[in-house]
Design a binder for this molecule. Sequence first.
Ligand code: CA
Length: 224
Amino acid sequence: MARILVVEDEPALSICLANDLKLEGYEVEVAGDGETAIEKGRQPKFDLILLDVMLPRKDGFEVCRELRRAGVRTPIILLTARTQEAEKVLGLELGADDYVTKPFSPRELRARIKAALRRTAAVVPRTYQFGDVEVDFQRCQLRRRGKAVEVTPLELKLLEAFVCSRGRTLTRAQLLDQVWGPGTFITDRVVDNHITRLRQKIEAPPGEPRYLVSVRGIGDRFDG
Ligand code: CA
């Protein structure tokens, strides 16, 4: 059953939320301020974070930004007050997955939670294994023959894109869109460099790739 971290400083609301979610069968933990939220949110055990915007110590936007910067990929749903229209937009740019405006109906919130959980379950596997490589996308870790290999969040995102489309050839343009985001102006050469570095970390020997293979004139394909 999915575990949800509820971040809300008003006890009446957090108790109400927690009870409602527990009745739905979720496991729930509560954090009452921004710093505790960051500390708990970094733990990989949570499948989703419900994050109030107005919080003591650090607000929800800061929490969201710091978690994403730390490589945490757990889906985040922001809870915003009705008047914070502009903040909602900002929140989505910070890496939140969705938002719900207060006051919300329990039914609406449940639907949003289900949708967010479904999206991540369908797209991003938590961990993936191929050959002697084990990758934990949520913890941002890659191990080869049991030993930790240093990877950048971008290399991991690249690998994730390949894993999610395994068996299909991805073009440079598709990778740019999926990994860097649409409208990013970088050259194909930059994408190539990242792929080369990723190969060095997952292939043995890197010059004869077995998992991340080049498809001449088209792009690259992951066969793991
Ligand atoms: Ca609050």
